[in-house]
Design a binder for this molecule. Structure first.
Ligand code: GLY
Ligand code: MN
Ligand code: MN
Length: 433
């Protein structure tokens, strides 16, 4: 759990970074409609959540460093018994300030009258532009209000993209964040095992998905992204989510599924054999991916470049593909030509946190970023061979293998948050059998 005190610490740190003459404005995610009166499940905006923990739509946070009458101001929906009968309870401005340790809270209907005055005289305004049309329009409206009220001199001189400061903060996970991510990892691991139990020859991919979702929801989690449950050649589609195919004995089954707990994500992939042991060729490829993944995890250390894991995984995969004669010539030549990208077309990982593909710059001063304690990455090399790839003998075709874990950089090395989920061949085959 993230405490109210930790949310407050984040706001203070962000205000310190922005400076005493700045203002910062962050909006909640809007409620999005699926069609007619049916809404998509609500998920708070990650930045807004990071700074408030406030769970409702139609809210705006204003941070006003040094403001005598309160630095931290929330605008949110008022209580409304009739609407609350339909949609559930609202917190309301009166309760919000105390419950979330804010200095003040106002009805969001009044924001156009109140917020412009709060921005008056601030040198810089930090916010997100170009994300939400409604927010962009609101921002311009507030500026027009300011201009018309006092003759134009009080509008902030600079508008600054908020992400540069805020996403730098989000990149370093606190002990409480890591604890939530460990839980999200554990739930995803349990869900993979539940899915594996449903992965019998003849089953449909959606039956396996159902077991997976059941396990996630049984822990109070939601999927952190639409799960991929891909048997055989379906796994060649990297973001496959149709999950309508059938499992056949001897297929590989790629399951890429994550849990989200209190807005924190996990992102886990395993590639299981259906109905028994890994068939020979598939096992050989699986072992290449596993070797690449283990070598790449070893590169996740403070002081190593973010790119080191990918470089290492690529070297191992290319060497393996050459040894199996799936790539012609020497590993060096294959690395240089880039011909291996047909089989390994993606990068080895990404930041993970509140977002599955989390925020934070991957390059600093045009150099790959160095890893530091508190950063969390995924490590997910893969090999994919299309069903119609006639450049390789037929026995290799129509499969996708990926192994993905979430790995936190620690002071002394790394912590594999998803380590509970087996991936070595002997343990996996024992589980399946
Ligand atoms: N599940 C999305 C990814 O692995 O990046
Ligand atoms: Mn991933
Ligand atoms: Mn994934």
């Amino acid at each position: 759990m993230i405490t109210v005190a930790e949310f407050a610490r984040r706001r203070r740190e962000l205000m310190r970074m922005a400076g005493a003459d700045a203002a910062l404005v962050v909006a909640a995610a809007p409620q999005r409609m699926r069609n007619a009166d049916a809404a998509w499940p609500y998920r708070q905006d990650s930045d807004f959540h990071y700074l408030t923990g406030f769970p409702e739509p139609d809210a705006v946070l204003a941070l006003l460093p040094g403001r005598a009458r309160g630095e931290v101001v929330l605008f949110c929906r008022e209580r409304d018994p009739q609407r609350e009968r339909l949609d559930g309870p609202r917190i309301g401005p009166d309760a919000a300030a105390a419950r979330f340790a804010l200095d003040d809270a106002f009805p969001v209907e009044d924001i156009d009258d109140i917020l412009p005055g709060m921005l008056e005289g601030r040198a810089r305004l930090y916010c997100h532009f170009g994300r939400e049309n409604e927010f962009d329009a609101q921002l311009l409206r507030w500026m027009r209000r300011l201009r018309s009220s006092r003759g134009g001199s009080v509008v902030p001189r600079e508008f600054v993209a908020l992400g540069h400061l805020l996403h730098e903060l989000r990149l370093y996970k606190s002990p409480a964040e890591l604890a939530l991510m460990r839980r999200a990892a554990k739930v995803a691991a349990d869900a993979q095992l539940a899915a594996l139990r449903a992965a019998r020859p003849g089953a449909a991919e959606y039956e396996v998905e159902a077991a997976l979702l059941h396990a996630l929801r049984a822990h109070g989690a939601v999927p952190s992204y639409p799960p991929t449950v891909a048997a055989g050649a379906n796994a060649c589609v990297l973001h496959y989510t149709a999950n309508r195919g059938k499992l056949a004995r001897g297929d590989l089954l790629l399951i890429d599924a994550g849990a989200e707990i209190e807005c924190y994500a996990s992102d886990v992939t395993r590639t299981w054999p259906v109905g028994g042991n890994y068939p020979r060729e598939r096992r050989a490829l699986y072992e290449v991916v596993l070797e690449a993944q283990l070598a790449a995890i070893d590169e996740v250390r403070a002081g190593r470049a973010f790119t080191a894991a990918h470089d290492t995984a690529t070297r191992v995969i290319v060497a393996g593909l050459c040894a199996l004669k799936l790539l012609p010539g020497s590993p060096r030549a294959a690395l240089e030509s880039g011909g291996y990208q047909r089989f390994f077309p993606h990068k080895t990982g990404h930041w993970i946190g509140l977002d599955v593909h989390d925020v934070g710059d991957y390059r600093v001063d045009d150099e790959p970023r160095m890893l530091e304690p508190g950063m969390v990455v995924t490590v997910e090399p893969g090999i994919y061979i299309a069903p119609d790839d006639t450049s390789v003998p037929a026995k290799w075709r129509g499969l996708g293998i990926r192994i993905e874990d979430d790995v936190a950089v620690t002071a002394r090395g790394q912590e594999v948050l998803t380590a509970a989920l087996p991936k070595d061949v002997a343990t996996v085959e024992a589980l399946v059998n």
